[in-house]
Design a protein around this ligand. Structure first.
Ligand code: MN
Length: 205
């Protein structure tokens, strides 16, 4: 089990077929302003791959884009809405089909309002992850070991949580509702970029 750092693209053939866990790190929360710095990806077998994009990158990453756009691979995210927007804006692909552990958590863990990754990993898997590097400088020329470990840990537990959340959604009769929400996520991400980030188009106002 290891963390691999790659520059500008994923090497070919490093991922097993099937579901992949994906996360991104950016310069901030405003997608069109704050560039995509890192894409983390794991096939759930124990390794995490980090793909770093330098300042001024052309984001020409054919291997990574092929995996992200592969309709045969479900992509697991925690808060897919943000990652889908960043990936679409910088890499030009829509990373579907999607399973979002934050949405699943909101649909089944109705007894809490704590749906952050750290809280979910702790409750479902009994593991502790650190969020200390979350707000660090992801645009730096080289990433520190703590940054790389943090970035890898953000995709490390999504496969295990996916299995549990699939069961919980079925138990609560909310599988179809979750799927419908995931199916809308690409549109939600595009609305964010198009200027409706802070507007709920379903609300009366
Ligand atoms: Mn992250």
């Amino acid at each position: 089990m290891a963390v691999y750092l790659h520059e500008e693209d994923l090497p070919e053939g490093v991922l097993a077929p099937g579901i992949v866990a994906v996360d991104t790190e950016t310069m901030g929360l405003v997608t069109t302003r704050d560039r995509l710095c890192l894409v983390q990806i794991s096939d759930g077998k124990g390794d995490e791959h980090l793909v770093r994009f330098a300042n001024g990158s052309s984001y020409d990453a054919p291997n990574l884009k092929a995996v992200l756009a592969d309709p045969a691979r479900i992509k697991l995210f925690h808060f897919a809405r943000f990652d889908l927007a960043a990936i679409h804006h910088y890499l030009g692909v829509m990373a579907t089909p999607v399973f979002c552990t934050k949405i699943a958590s909101k649909l089944v863990r109705t007894y809490t309002d704590r749906h952050g990754l750290k809280d979910l990993v702790r409750e479902l898997l009994g593991k502790e992850i650190s969020k200390q590097q979350q707000s660090s400088d992801w645009g730096a020329a080289s990433l520190t070991d703590p940054q790389q470990e943090y970035a890898a840990s953000d995709v490390r537990y999504l496969h295990a949580m996916h299995q549990i959340l699939v069961e919980r959604l079925a138990r609560e009769g909310r599988t179809e509702m979750a799927q419908a929400a995931y199916d809308f996520l690409p549109t939600r991400a595009l609305l964010d970029i198009a200027g409706w980030a802070d507007r709920d188009i379903f609300s009366h106002e």
